[in-house]
Every structure is written in C-alpha cells, then in structure tokens.
Design a protein around this ligand. Structure first.
Ligand SMILES: Cc1ncc(COP(=O)(O)O)c(C=O)c1O
Length: 437
C-alpha cells in the first residue's frame, strides 16, 4: 500500500477506528498524490524566475487562450476559468458551500463537518461514494421507489446489491418507517456494517419526511450504532431546500445524523444542479459528518484527501468555469431573493396540484402518493398498466409522463406551467377511460 494512504489510514484510525473499518478496500488504498501537484505548488511559491511545472500553456504571464473561446465568456478573466481547478474544488467555493450548509441546516450548529469536496454533479458524487465506501457484494438499503440510476452506480458498476423496503404503507398515507426499521435491524443482525441511502426530497415521489419522521429514522440508526453495528448513511440531497409544507423537516437528515455516535458516518451528497437550477454545469459536493473523540480536523482532512484522490483518478478535477460561475452567483447580492422567486413558483405548482386533486373525478382513476417537496409527484393507477397508459397518453394526446413499474406514473411538475396542470390531469383521466372501453 502507498505510504501516503497508510498515513491517512493512521490518521483516521487514531481519531475514529470505526470510520476506518467502514472504508471500502479501494477507500483504504486511496490517497492524494503529491507528485506533480505538490511540486507545482512548491514552484508557485518559490520559482521566481521561470516556472515550468504545470501542464497548461501560458503566454505574457497569463493563461494562453483562443479568442474564439473567450469571446463567449464576458466578465470573467480567462485565468479564472481556463486553467485546471484543484481536485478538491475551488477553495473559496468549498468554504462558501460549507457556510451555506450551516445556514440551511441549523441542527449542524456546534457540530464538526468536513469541508465539502467538489464533484462533477451529484451522480458523480454517488459514484465516488460507492468507490470509497462500498465493496462488491455489499448491500445498500433503499426504498422500493427510488431514483433508477442507483442501480447503475451501485449495482452494475460496483456489484453492490440493492435491498428495498416498502416506501409507503398500503393506504399511501405515510412513509413506511416500520418497513425501513425492520430491514435495517435485520441487516444489522447479519452484518457489521449497514449502508442506507436517504433521499429527501425524494425522487420519484416528491416526498420529504416530517420533523417527527426524520427524528425517528435518526433514532433507529443511532440505536443500531449503539448496539455495535457501523452505519453509513448516504444522504442524497439533490433537491434540498424545495420543502413546501409547514410540518416538513426543513433541513437535511444529515444534520441529525452527524456527530451523534462514533459508529455513524453521515455523508451528504448535494449540489447546485437542482438547488440552483444549473443542471448542465455539473457541480456537486461530498461532505462528511461524524463523531471523533480527538483530532477531528485531521480526520476530516484525511477523508477529504481520499475523496479528492478518488476524483483525481477519475475525472481529475471539475469544470473550473462552472465552479467560478456558481461562486459568483452565490456572491451576488440578490442570490437568495432569486432562489426564493423560483421556490415560490415550484411551490405554487405543488399546491395547485393538491387543489386539482380534491376533485373526486380523479379518485376512480388513481391514488396519489404523498408529496410535499422537490420536482415530482407520483400516482398509482387503479386498473391500468402504467407503460400502456404512458404510450397511449403520448400517442393520442401528446402528453409525456414517466411510467415506473406496473402501475405508477411520475409527473415532473417542475417542468409544467401552473396553467397546464389541470389540463394534464384531465388528459390522464381521459386516457384511463379510453383504455377501459
Ligand atoms: C435523487 C437524485 N440524485 C441525484 C441526481 C443527479 O444529479 P446530477 O444531475 O447532479 O448528477 C438526481 C437527478 O435526477 C436525482 O434525482
């Protein structure tokens, strides 16, 4: 094993041996290479005459560039977007995102979390998480309604098994925490490490936990940890902040799970993708929350180095231009007001759907899954096959929806104007009736 990896492992073991045990085999091997990067950093400081270290081109003391490229990016100095960013991400952006995490999650107050490491979107963060914390044959626990791409990152690419609990009770009245609890307790009995994925606001249903439910899930995981099982809780907060109802928990469950037991590692995956409406810019973050008896700064640094090493060996580093744009956007005076404007628009659509669905004519056609947040909502068809209806709606009425499993349809209200929502549900009912004939 590389000496740098050994040193990081020692730091982690000394602060919290359970976290060391939770690392995958790759995670244990990972380190942040010194090589060219550290020699360049040294030269940047000391090579006052000529610096011939970095693999970029320079001219007249600035980055070399083509005006056919730079003409499209007004207002940002090419030195702020053409050179490589660090594999950890831009330091200023990492600091700013961390500060924002404390602002958005008051329960983090007084807790120690790592500095977020920048990833190329949240999918990339999921993939880096799977490299660092899962081995082939491991089990990840997820609800039976879930973002399909986890099958690719964990199942296909990693050989990890996905085990699913029932998302909602049969009446669709509440999140099925009993089913979650049974599954995690059963897993904890046969394994010394469990991995759970918590995704709220949830894709595909648009459900987020209430304060009470969030606390119950945290209590269950804490109890399992106290009884001697290591718990890794990956919090996929892709749609963070889009919480529309009063009783919904307004912060990430990451903040409840961080720093509560030495055997719990909370990993927050979030990003600008959906929160800041920049899907194609590809900016995500990985942040760690845990309890360490000592040297918590050192263990944070070690985990950040392993994560950045994983990125270095994968995409090397994330778009400098995207990071600079996000940083500038977050620095804008009206940043929060602009976000509030878009939040209000999406919330308006969510409540408009709730209003529309009060009409009893829909009840014959489908049940509605609980929804209160994010981009989506789902319906459960009473008689129709979801894929058959989806194709019928598309071909006869030009309405595009997503079918999931036998009888569920997902509606992304995030991309439907409020005025079109009633039309959308009326078409669904028409389609259901057509197929009944
Ligand atoms: C639950 C969930 N996680 C992660 C992602 C991926 O986000 P990104 O586009 O940043 O990779 C999505 C996007 O659809 C999602 O629904």
């Amino acid at each position: 094993m590389n000496k740098l990896a050994q040193d990081l492992n020692k730091e982690i073991q000394a602060s919290n041996p359970y976290i060391y045990d939770m690392l995958s085999n790759i995670g244990k091997e990972l380190f942040f290479p010194k090589g060219i990067l550290s020699q360049s950093a040294e030269a940047k400081e000391k090579a006052y005459k000529i610096n011939a270290t970095i693999g970029i081109a320079k001219q007249d003391n600035s980055v070399m560039s083509l005006s056919s490229v730079t003409q499209f990016i007004n207002g940002i100095d090419p030195d702020k977007y053409l050179p490589y960013a660090s594999s950890f991400g831009l330091p200023e952006l990492r600091e700013k995102w961390k500060k924002a995490l404390f602002h958005k999650n008051p329960s983090l107050d007084g807790k120690n979390i790592s500095l977020p490491v920048v990833t190329s979107g949240i999918t990339h963060a999921v993939s880096m998480f799977s490299d660092l914390w899962t081995d082939p044959g491991d089990i990840v626990i997820l609800p039976d309604m879930m973002w399909g791409n986890y099958n690719m990152t964990f199942g296909v690419r990693k050989g990890v098994k996905v085990k699913q609990y029932t998302t909602f009770d049969s009446k669709l009245s509440s999140y099925n925490i009993d089913s979650f609890e049974n599954m995690v307790r059963e897993e904890a009995e046969s394994s010394d490490k469990i991995i759970v994925i918590l995704n709220f606001p949830h894709n595909p249903t648009g459900y987020s936990l209430s304060v009470k439910e969030g606390k119950r899930i945290a209590d269950i995981l804490c109890d399992i940890a106290q009884k001697g099982t290591n718990v890794i809780a990956m919090c996929d907060d892709a749609y963070f902040g889009l919480f529309y109802e009063q009783e919904t928990m307004k912060e990430s469950i990451f903040s409840l799970l961080s720093g509560i037991d030495e055997r719990i590692l909370a990993v927050k995956l979030d990003g600008a993708t959906k929160e800041d409406y920049v899907w194609g810019l590809r900016i995500g973050f990985i942040t760690y929350g845990f309890l360490a008896q000592k040297n918590s700064d050192k263990i944070c640094e070690a985990l950040e180095k392993k994560t950045a090493g994983c990125i270095r060996g994968n995409v090397s580093n994330v778009s400098h231009l995207s990071q600079t744009i996000l940083l500038k956007s977050m620095d804008s005076e009206n940043y929060l007001d602009l976000k509030k404007e878009k939040f209000d628009l999406l919330m308006g659509r969510c409540f408009e759907i709730k209003e529309i669905l009060k009409n009893s004519e829909y009840k014959d056609a489908f049940d509605v899954y609980p929804f209160n947040s994010g981009y989506f909502m789902c319906i459960r068809l009473k008689e129709n096959n979801a894929e058959e209806l989806r194709i019928h709606l598309l071909e006869k009425y030009g309405l595009g929806l997503i079918s999931i499993g036998e009888n569920n349809l997902r509606i992304a209200f995030s991309c439907v104007e409020e005025k079109d929502l009633k039309i959308l549900f009326d078409i669904i009912v028409k389609g259901v009736n057509d197929l009944r004939l």
